[in-house]
Design a protein around this ligand. Structure first.
Ligand code: ZN
Ligand code: ZN
Length: 142
């Protein structure tokens, strides 16, 4: 909480209880959609509206505190901005996992065609947990 207070003080945003609550929810979840933030925050702030959450998320994003993960066929998720990293997204359970890929050579290759401004890679597949689960299902039905 203290660190979020500090983070907000570095920006033009006021440190409001709602903003702190949003940041805490995002931090705990890792990656979370606005709908899920809304569901969780309602417990502490029953009268908060979805529009307020959208507005807050938007300004936190503009101040570089949150970053958006745009996912194919899913609503965007948000996370606390940290050092650049890539994401693995499970097509089955929707889990978003942080990954650190060394892609320096590929970036050099890309720079031949233009300036790279965002070094984020999205990978889609089946996470290990889902892979394990499908194994259990197929062996138990035999
Ligand atoms: Zn999965
Ligand atoms: Zn991430």
């Amino acid at each position: 909480m203290e660190t979020f207070n500090f983070l907000l003080q570095q920006t033009s945003l006021k440190s409001t209880p709602q903003r702190l609550a949003i940041l805490k929810i995002v931090e705990e979840a890792g990656h979370i959609s606005i709908d899920d933030i809304y569901k969780k925050i309602k417990k502490g702030f029953p009268s908060i509206s979805l529009a307020t959450i959208y507005k807050n998320i938007h300004s936190l994003q503009k101040e570089n505190i949150l970053s958006e993960i745009k996912i194919q066929n899913q609503k965007s998720k948000f996370e606390i901005k940290k050092k650049p990293h890539s994401h693995f997204i499970c097509n089955r359970c929707g889990e978003v996992i942080d990954i650190d890929i060394k892609y320096r050579c590929e970036i050099e290759e890309l720079e031949k065609v233009g300036e790279v401004t965002e070094k984020e890679i999205y990978l889609y597949g089946i996470c290990n947990r889902c892979k394990e689960m499908s194994k259990i299902v197929t062996t138990s039905t035999k």
